[in-house]
Design a binder for this molecule. Structure first.
Ligand code: ZN
Length: 132
């Protein structure tokens, strides 16, 4: 079984017992990250308006980030810095956001009655890496 088939199987069995509806991801309609509300966005760090929405997992996982809301609004300077991931601040913050969203994701599942081990398994099926 491929990694993708396995992950979709785990998710299917999870959603059978889950309070949340399964996201309608099968249609493969690409999601954009809501750039149209840019003027209303405030940078999480500086409070400056006109922030850009940043997906915590990029590349092949960018769509999952949008779908799951693993996003934060950033002014363009800090956005570029997090993408570059070159300085200590950026490295620390990138890791903190990943830990935060994993924790939040697993916590929601646990609160809906999913066992912690199953919540971790769902996380691993979704992102494939443990940050906690
Ligand atoms: Zn970004």
């Amino acid at each position: 079984m491929s990694k993708e088939e396995k992950s979709s199987k785990v998710l299917d069995s999870y959603y059978e017992n889950c309070a949340f509806p399964k996201p309608k991801s099968k249609k493969k309609k690409l999601l954009h990250n809501g750039y149209k509300d840019k003027h209303e966005r405030i940078c999480w760090y500086t409070g400056r308006p006109g922030a850009e929405r940043h997906e915590i997992w990029g590349g092949p996982d960018r769509q999952k980030s949008i779908e799951m809301g693993f996003q934060v609004d950033l002014c363009s300077e800090l956005h570029a810095r997090l993408h570059a991931n070159c300085d200590e601040w950026a490295k620390t913050e990138n890791l903190k956001w990943k830990m935060f969203f994993q924790m939040q994701y697993e916590q929601k599942l646990i609160e809906s009655g999913i066992r912690p081990e199953m919540a971790r398994e769902c996380w691993m099926a979704l992102i494939g890496r443990n940050y906690l």
